[in-house]
Design a protein around this ligand. Structure first.
Ligand SMILES: [Zn+2]
Length: 495
């Protein structure tokens, strides 16, 4: 369990040795005088607006200050708040000065604070949940739990980087507010939590009157699982039968997408073997991890891929020999679809009925099916283009361009000049322009000349760098052994 770092208290806790013998009354008066001096000092010192705000808070929260100083003096050990302790100390910025002086002067006076301390210890936070709506930001959300613009201001004084998750809230996220009702009836924000994913939670907590943020990560347990499957009608159905999530099926299609055209080449009886990671937290599976190793046998030919994570923490798939599984281009932009029309320079156009060459490949799929960029590139054109309807053209550095037509809509964020990654969604299947039904018309051009996307020779991606060979071998060997054993299991099941 993480502990927060309260460093300021150590000064006075470690030196409680002053044996001066003032009585309680004296001490109380001394406190009041000292406080008055400090308030006077602050009120007339330099900085304008910000200082005024601080001053207000200090006056209002004086009783809390006393509780806390007492609390700390008595429990004179270690850091105060643990990760799970959301009754964060409510103190004021003045506190360290005040407590230190008082402590230097006198230590017996602790008793005064004990009663207040007890009250403080039993005041638990009340928690409220707020769901983020589209277009929300902190200024809109805070008032829903009774917090003010000033609270927003105080929280956002954290530096931008630390505040990240709160600046990029997504609709549907749940914010948990831990608040205290102060003696004047106003509400004080003590803690704020938002789950970023099943593993990470972003915490903001008030410590010493200042908000601190951290991301708490649950301990994750990765467990390997072996899965085999056989294609009967479609890859997705086979995945479902084998107990795979869509995510894993998509990843498998992606890994082998350069060697196998899942729209064209898939046959009944094709089969696959996977070793995947499953992600567990506290004994419960919360997600599928990456595919670690996989075999896919297509029409009798087996392809094998092993995942390798390099020193920059990038995971890539290689053949057991260290050749990249990827090529610079994917063969198909819609992995799970059916080819409805092929590249044909002498075709009659189905709508225009004139002799018009078909200079691309058509992939029929349900409206809304994602269309993936076949290679890394840059958006050269996005917009409506005559009979093509909604169209995206990507340029892939140098001589290659690809074109995607008849989209129903573009993927949000894809715009002219933007970079896209291979496999990234750029739009969705539709039938805009001259189209008989929902499909993607896909073109592949080399130096401006249309080439058949299904047969054009695609440039290969870089193999595994030599310096990684030994490490790759060490990672790959046990996985390869497991895959080999799995082959035997599959054969046994088939007999
Ligand atoms: Zn077409």
């Amino acid at each position: 369990m993480k502990r927060n770092r309260l460093t300021r208290q150590s000064n006075y806790i470690k030196n409680p040795s002053d044996t001066n013998a003032w009585n309680i009354k004296h001490r109380y008066i001394a406190c009041l005088i000292l406080l008055s001096i400090i308030i006077f000092f602050l009120a007339y010192s330099s900085s304008p607006k910000l200082q005024d705000d601080t001053l207000q808070t200090q006056v209002v929260e004086l009783p809390v200050l006393l509780e806390n100083s007492g609390h700390k003096s008595i429990s004179s050990h270690g850091p105060l708040a643990s990760e799970s302790d959301f009754r964060g100390p409510s103190s004021i910025t003045l506190k360290s000065i005040f407590v230190k002086k008082a402590n230097d002067a006198k230590d017996n006076g602790q008793d005064i604070f004990t009663g207040l301390l007890k009250a403080s210890r039993h005041s638990f936070l009340s928690w409220d949940e707020v769901e983020v709506r589209p277009g929300d930001n902190l200024s809109l959300i805070f008032p829903r739990v009774g917090l003010s613009a000033k609270d927003v201001y105080l929280v956002t004084r954290l530096d931008k980087k630390a505040l990240g998750p709160l600046l990029h809230l997504k609709p549907g996220q749940i914010l948990h507010f831990g608040t205290l009702i102060k003696k004047d009836g106003s509400i004080s924000l003590e803690a704020l939590k938002v789950a970023l994913n099943p593993i990470e939670t972003f915490h903001v907590r008030k410590v010493e009157q200042v908000y601190q943020a951290e991301t708490i990560k649950l301990a994750v347990d990765l467990r390997q699982k072996q899965i085999t499957g056989k294609i009967d009608s479609s890859l997705f159905e086979a995945g479902l039968t084998a107990g795979l999530t869509d995510k894993v099926v998509m990843e498998m299609a992606h890994i082998f997408g350069w060697d196998i055209d899942f729209a064209l080449d898939l046959r009944k009886g094709d089969h696959f073997k996977l070793i995947i990671n499953e992600v567990f937290v506290n004994g419960t599976k919360i997600d599928d991890g990456n595919i670690l190793a996989a075999d896919f046998t297509n029409r009798g030919k087996t392809f094998r891929a092993i995942r390798f994570v390099d020193s920059k923490n990038r995971g890539r798939y290689y053949s057991p020999e260290g050749d990249s599984m990827r090529k610079t281009f994917n063969r198909t932009p819609v992995p799970l679809s059916r080819i409805s029309s092929r590249f044909n320079p002498n075709r009659k156009h189905p709508i225009l009925k004139t002799n018009r060459p078909h200079r691309g490949v058509d992939y029929a799929a349900r409206r809304g099916t994602p269309i993936l960029a076949t290679g890394d590139g840059k958006v050269q054109f996005i917009g409506t283009k005559g009979g093509y309807g909604k169209t995206v053209i990507l340029s892939h550095g140098g001589k290659y361009t690809t074109l995607y037509a008849h989209m129903s809509r573009y993927k949000k964020g894809v715009s002219s000049g933007k970079r896209v990654k291979q496999g990234q969604i750029i739009g969705y299947i539709g039938s805009t322009g001259l189209a008989t039904g929902p499909h993607l018309h896909y073109e592949f051009r080399v130096n401006g000349t249309h080439r058949n996307p299904l047969t054009v020779k695609l440039p290969k991606a870089e193999p595994l760098p030599k310096r990684y060979h030994a490490e790759f071998k060490a990672q790959a060997t046990p996985l390869i052994t497991q895959l080999d054993i799995l082959v035997d299991t599959t054969l046994a099941q088939g007999e």
